[in-house]
Ligand binder design. Structure first.
Ligand SMILES: *[C@@H]1O[C@H](CO)[C@@H](O)[C@H](O)[C@H]1NC(C)=O
Ligand SMILES: *[C@@H]1O[C@H](CO)[C@@H](O)[C@H](O)[C@H]1NC(C)=O
Ligand SMILES: *[C@@H]1O[C@H](CO)[C@@H](O)[C@H](O)[C@H]1NC(C)=O
Ligand SMILES: *[C@@H]1O[C@H](CO)[C@@H](O)[C@H](O)[C@H]1NC(C)=O
Length: 230
């Protein structure tokens, strides 16, 4: 390539990054709030999860965390941020489906996330290797409609033809990057990263993390678990 050619490519890249940046900062804070438990209250413990809907470890980590959320009820708020990983095929498409559904019917977002966790094996790796992007989008539209209701089929299909859902999914990705997250699942509690979050945290792990924070059962055992966060 000539010097001039390289220069025009560089200018083009610079222009593209300007265009890509025009939705940062976003209109709305990234994330799906669980059961409308708002995270802006300073009186609740705030848990944030970074999940990839097509990540098996994310799927494994959700049931024990969900059980803990139900145990603590309104004392804990919970937000999911999506991080579609480049090495999980079709994770971006699945994440886009979640953003589309979240803007159509917010209550359907978590049921859809759970459905992706349950049936994720059909959407990545060998079973999809020879399938076109268009075919996968079509399959994900059908799957999503089956979960949230077929009356939404056209809206979901149109959602994939709308740059807004693409932007929202990019914002999720960029938000995860801005928090220094590069793998899933990854958790923050009250704004601090949980160490060793790569290992699946079971229900008792969550209890031993959160109990000391809400002052439940003051014992030396709990003081030790508090140090786990330090
Ligand atoms: C929104 O989704 C929830 C959960 O799937 C469902 O119960 C509710 O009927 C939906 N609302 C509408 C208007 O479709
Ligand atoms: C994908 O296509 C290749 C080449 O046509 C074929 O050998 C392979 O078996 C196919 N894989 C699947 C999972 O269909
Ligand atoms: C997507 O939208 C464009 C216009 O915004 C329209 O021309 C095109 O037919 C749409 N494609 C689908 C598959 O709906
Ligand atoms: C939960 O995981 C911890 C390790 O993180 C382990 O020591 C403990 O036995 C596990 N508890 C259950 C009930 O599986």
């Amino acid at each position: 390539m000539s010097g001039k050619g390289i220069l025009s490519v560089l200018i083009l890249l610079a222009l593209q990054s300007l265009v890509g940046g025009d939705y940062i900062p976003p209109k709305k804070y990234d994330g799906f709030v669980y059961k409308n438990r708002h995270h802006l209250s300073y009186d609740t413990i705030q848990i944030e999860a970074f999940y990839d809907p097509l990540c098996p470890d994310s799927a494994d980590s959700w049931p024990p965390l969900k059980k803990a959320l139900h145990h603590y009820s309104s004392r804990v708020s919970f937000v999911v941020h999506l991080l579609p990983l480049p090495y999980h095929d079709n994770a971006f498409v699945a994440s886009r489906a979640l953003h589309i559904v979240n803007s159509l019917n917010r209550t359907a977002t978590f049921p859809l996330l759970e459905a992706f966790f349950k049936y994720q094996a059909a959407f990545f790796g060998a079973p999809t290797r020879n399938l076109s992007r268009a075919f996968i989008v079509d399959e994900i539209v059908k799957f999503t409609s089956a979960i949230v209701g077929n009356s939404y089929h056209t809206s979901i299909k149109n959602g994939f033809n709308d740059t807004n859902s693409d932007h929202l999914t990019r914002i999720s990705f960029k938000y995860a990057a801005s928090r220094g997250v590069s793998g899933t699942p990854f958790f923050y509690v009250n704004g601090f990263a949980l160490p060793d979050a790569g290992n699946a945290l079971n229900y008792s792990d969550w209890r031993s993390i959160i109990d000391p924070l809400i002052g439940a059962k003051k014992s030396t055992k709990n003081e030790e678990s508090l140090h786990y966060l330090l």
